[in-house]
Design a binder for this molecule. Structure first.
Ligand SMILES: *Cc1c(COP(=O)(O)O)cnc(C)c1O
Length: 398
């Protein structure tokens, strides 16, 4: 019998060159976090004391005054917004989200209203927040924000992501400056960011991270920042936070992942990933209709990805058909295809087990050779792809 747990239970042994995706199980959890979770699972703990220990570690790593662990970064957005709306009023906390204090407006730049698998604005609405969009998709000016702040404004949310519009918007320093003049707290969604200190140092009042992305912790979210706001967010565990709870294993697992992050050989990992990228570049360079470019991360995380640009007339296949073929094959290779309608996808080297890079190279070669050998160009109309995008989800579980 295979020693891969996935094949034992009838799952496809996917290789992830897509990124830290919830749909693929996020990231490879670091051994320190796995050991911590196994150690604490059989024990009883006083959970708020465990969260107090987590607070100390989160403070040390982020520079925030306090912190806690929740179910996800998305939960962190909801809890932080709820905290900004209710403060420490326990009755208001119980009454969310349908009875909401008057001060419940939450400003967001229109170019930041993205989907990370669910809409950012929904995480705010779940907490009783009324989303006030400022600016237009590709422009926010100071006056948009200055005039949007009223006595009803509870918070302003700023999203850091490769998904957001990356020009024409207010940067975090300006956003904070404008909010703070009127006493409005700033909540930063930094789910996928490596830098644990930057956003608080730029003046954010609360910052949120995913525990299960680059940190390699269990599925979880980290809330960090000003003590009073963090406490108000934490108190939501007696309200809307209950449905977003984490157990002792996730709290302790994240604590271990954070400490492992401090000690991680970041340069060594970067070097290994660069090796993978160079291998793929050697594999792809010179192939008809294929251009392979190594590009830095768009939000300045210390990592590179490979952009694979496909010209269908020469490669005999479109970028999206190639991505689909890689995903259907054996083993399935899941590429980063958010922008595939522009005729490229990315290969992300951050979530590979050593040795998988050569399998990725071999599968790319196999599919490209097959396409080249075909007499017709494999070109599903892009509209077909978008028409059938949710077929699988809508048929689930059968
Ligand atoms: C991944 C992501 C989230 C969601 O994080 P979870 O921890 O999975 O809830 C939120 N915002 C951004 C920008 C993300 O990249």
């Amino acid at each position: 019998m295979s020693d891969d747990i996935r094949t034992q239970i009838g799952l496809r042994p996917v290789i992830n060159v897509s990124g830290t995706m919830t749909s693929l199980g996020a990231s490879i959890v670091v051994p320190e976090a796995i050991a911590a979770m196994a150690a604490i699972l059989p024990q009883f703990v006083e959970i708020n004391d465990l969260q107090r220990k987590a607070s100390a570690i989160i403070s040390r790593l982020t520079g925030g005054e306090a912190g806690f662990v929740t179910a996800s970064c998305s939960s962190g957005i909801s809890l932080a917004v709820a905290g900004a709306i209710t403060g420490n009023n326990l009755l208001a906390i119980e009454k969310l989200p349908d009875t909401v204090p008057d001060r419940n407006e939450v400003l967001v730049q229109m170019g930041h209203v993205v989907s990370y698998g669910a809409p950012v604005d929904q995480a705010i609405r779940l907490a009783g927040g009324k989303v006030v969009l400022i600016g237009q998709a590709t422009s926010t000016h100071r006056y948009h924000m200055e005039h949007a702040i009223t006595e009803k404004t509870a918070a302003a949310v700023y999203v850091v992501s490769h998904h957001v519009v990356d020009y024409g918007l207010l940067n975090l320093v300006e956003f904070v400056e404008i909010a703070h003049v009127k006493g409005v707290p700033v909540i930063v969604d930094a789910a996928s960011e490596y830098d644990l200190k930057l956003f608080l140092s730029q003046g954010a009042d609360i910052v949120l991270y995913s525990g299960h992305k680059f940190l390699g912790g269990p599925t979880s979210g980290i809330v960090a920042g000003k003590k009073e706001l963090v406490r108000s967010a934490f108190l939501q565990n007696m309200g809307i936070g209950r449905g977003m709870k984490v157990g002792k294993e996730s709290v302790f697992g994240v604590m271990a992942a954070l400490e492992a992050w401090e000690k991680r050989d970041h340069a060594g990992i970067r070097e290994r990933e660069t090796g993978y990228l160079n291998l793929w570049k050697r594999t792809l360079d010179g192939r008809p209709g294929v251009t392979a470019l190594i590009e830095p991360d768009p939000t300045n995380n210390p990592l590179d990805r490979m952009r694979v640009i496909i010209s269908a007339p020469e490669a005999h296949i479109t970028a999206w058909d190639l991505a689909a073929a890689l995903g259907r094959g054996n083993p399935p290779i899941i590429v980063r295809d958010h922008e595939v309608e522009h005729h490229y996808f990315y290969l992300d080297p951050c979530n590979l087990h050593p040795g998988q890079e050569t399998i990725v190279a071999a599968r790319l070669t196999e599919e490209l050779d097959k396409a080249r050998a075909s007499n017709e160009i494999i070109a599903t109309p892009i509209e077909e792809r978008s028409r059938h995008r949710f077929d699988g989800a809508l048929r689930w579980p059968d």
